[in-house]
Design a protein around this ligand. Structure first.
Ligand code: HGY
Ligand code: MN
Ligand code: MN
Ligand code: MN
Length: 409
C-alpha cells in the first residue's frame, strides 16, 4: 500500500473556486439541481477535467463521467465522484469535495506520471440532494436501476417544472446510455456531515455502509374559515393536526434510537394571517441503520396518522415516495480505505453513513466504500459548513492510495 499525498493547496484552491458559483452571503453555496448555477458548476468541472487529460461523457440523466485512460482500456474503470448540486442553503463542501477529490487524484497521478492498469473515472451524479426534485440520489439511482429513466425525467419541482425539460434547457441531456455502467471498484469521498469523527478526534471515517431511508409526502385537509368568527370548537384547523403529526415524527424517531425523523418542507394553504389553514402539505424523512427498526418506525407513523385523522376530524393522505433499506459496502473496498489511512498514518474509525450518498446506489452494481473526513461541529446542509485544507488533503490522499490499490499500476 503506497502512502502518496495529494496536493492539498491545489485541491483547496479548486474547492474555493467552485464555491464562488452560487456563493451565498453567509459563506455557503446554492446550486439547486439543474438550475443555471448547477450548469455553471458542471461546466467549470468539465473544463478542469478536460485540462487534466480526461475524456468527458454525459449520460441520459445528466451524469458526467470524466475518464483518465488506463493501460488496458478493456478493464472496468476504478471510479470515484459525488455531486455538485447543493441544498438551498448548503455549504461549500457537501458533494463538491468528492468530485474535486477525484479531480485532484487525476491531477496527482499526472504529476507523478502514474500509469494505472484500469482506467480511472470520476462521476458527477445528477441531483443527489433531492431538494428541488424529490427523491434524492436520482442520477446514481437511474444508473443502478432503482429508478427508471422515464419516471425521473417526468419528476416535477414545486413549481411544476419537469426535470427532463430542465436537463434539456441546461444542455445536459446526454446520449451515453444509463444502462451497463460498471466499475472494478468505486470510492466516494465526503465530509461526514455529523459529529462522530470530531467527537472521537479521528481524521478518517472508514465507511462500512449507509443507513436506510423512507421519505413521505403528507397532505392534511381541514376547512378554511375565518380566524375571527369561527369558534375554536367548530374548527378543522389543518395546521393544528399537522403540528401534532410533526411532534409524533420526533417521538417515533426518539423511540427508535439512533433513528432520525425530520419534517423539512411544509406548505400552508391559503397561508393568510386571518384564515384558518385548510390544507397543509409537508415532507417526512425517516432513517435508521437497521431495516426492521425502519419498518417499525413506518408502522408507528401509519398508526399515528390513523389516530390523528379520527381525533382531528381531518383528512390525512400519507404517501411513501421513496425507500431503500440500509446498504452494506464491500469488504475489499472497506479494507482498501482502512489500509490506506494506516499507510498514511491517519487516525481512523469505522462509521455508518447517516446521510444518503450516491455510493449507496453504486454499491448495487460495483464494490464500493466511502472515505469520510470531519466537518466543524458536525454541521452540514448549512451555509456555515466548514472543514480545513488539511482534513481535505487527508481524505483525498486516502482516496488516491485506495484507488491505486484497486486500479493497479
Ligand atoms: O439527504 C441526504 O442524506 C443527502 O444529503 N442527500
Ligand atoms: Mn452529499
Ligand atoms: Mn447533502
Ligand atoms: Mn374579512
Amino acid at each position: 500500500m503506497k502512502a502518496l499525498k495529494v496536493n492539498g493547496d491545489r485541491l483547496w484552491d479548486s474547492l474555493m473556486e467552485m464555491a464562488k458559483i452560487g456563493a451565498t452571503e453567509k459563506g455557503g453555496c446554492r446550486r439547486l439541481a439543474l438550475t443555471d448555477l448547477d450548469k455553471q458548476g458542471r461546466e467549470l468541472y468539465i473544463k478542469w477535467a478536460t485540462e487534466a487529460g480526461c475524456t468527458v461523457k454525459v449520460d441520459q440523466i445528466g451524469n458526467i463521467m470524466a475518464t483518465r485512460p488506463g493501460e488496458d482500456p478493456d478493464l472496468a474503470p476504478v471510479g470515484t465522484g459525488s455531486h455538485l448540486d447543493t441544498q438551498p442553503s448548503g455549504g461549500k463542501f457537501d458533494g463538491v469535495f468528492g468530485v474535486l477529490s477525484g479531480l485532484e487524484v487525476v491531477r496527482r497521478m499526472n504529476d507523478l506520471g502514474i500509469k494505472t492498469r484500469h482506467p480511472i473515472e470520476i462521476s458527477v451524479w445528477t441531483n443527489e440532494e433531492g431538494s428541488r426534485f424529490a427523491p434524492a440520489m436520482m442520477g446514481s439511482g437511474v444508473v443502478s436501476g432503482r429508478f427508471t429513466l422515464q419516471e425521473i425525467l417526468d419528476k416535477t419541482d414545486v413549481d411544476g417544472i419537469r426535470l427532463g425539460d430542465e436537463l434539456e434547457r441546461i444542455g445536459f441531456a446526454g446520449d451515453t446510455p444509463v444502462t451497463g455502467r460498471n466499475y472494478h471498484a468505486f470510492f466516494e469521498t465526503h465530509i461526514e456531515q455529523g459529529p462522530y469523527l470530531e467527537a472521537e478526534n479521528k481524521q478518517i471515517g472508514v465507511v462500512t455502509g449507509g443507513q436506510g431511508q423512507r421519505w413521505y409526502d403528507v397532505v392534511i385537509s381541514g376547512r378554511e374559515s375565518h380566524a375571527g368568527t369561527t369558534p375554536m370548537h367548530l374548527r378543522k384547523d389543518a395546521l393544528i393536526a399537522a403540528s401534532q403529526l410533526v411532534l409524533k415524527v420526533e417521538e417515533i424517531a426518539k423511540a427508535h434510537k439512533p433513528g432520525c425523523g425530520t419534517v423539512g418542507f411544509m406548505q400552508v394553504s391559503p397561508n393568510s394571517r386571518n384564515t384558518i389553514p385548510g390544507q397543509i402539505s409537508f415532507s417526512i424523512d425517516l432513517r435508521h441503520p437497521e431495516d426492521d427498526q425502519l419498518t417499525a418506525m413506518d408502522a408507528d407513523l401509519q398508526a399515528a396518522v390513523e389516530e390523528l385523522a379520527v381525533s382531528s376530524g381531518s383528512d390525512i393522505n400519507l404517501k411513501q415516495i421513496w425507500y431503500y433499506a440500509p446498504i452494506p459496502f464491500a469488504s475489499e473496498c472497506i479494507s482498501a480505505v482502512r489500509s490506506s489511512a494506516e499507510a498514511l498514518g491517519y487516525s481512523h474509525m469505522d462509521i455508518i453513513a447517516g446521510a444518503g450518498h450516491d455510493a449507496c446506489y453504486v454499491s448495487d452494481f460495483a464494490p464500493t466504500s466511502m472515505i469520510f473526513t470531519p466537518c466543524l461541529d458536525g454541521i452540514s446542509h448549512n451555509e456555515i459548513e466548514s472543514t480545513t485544507k488539511e482534513e481535505c488533503e487527508a481524505g483525498c490522499s486516502v482516496l488516491l492510495n485506495a484507488m491505486l490499490v484497486m486500479a493497479g499500476e
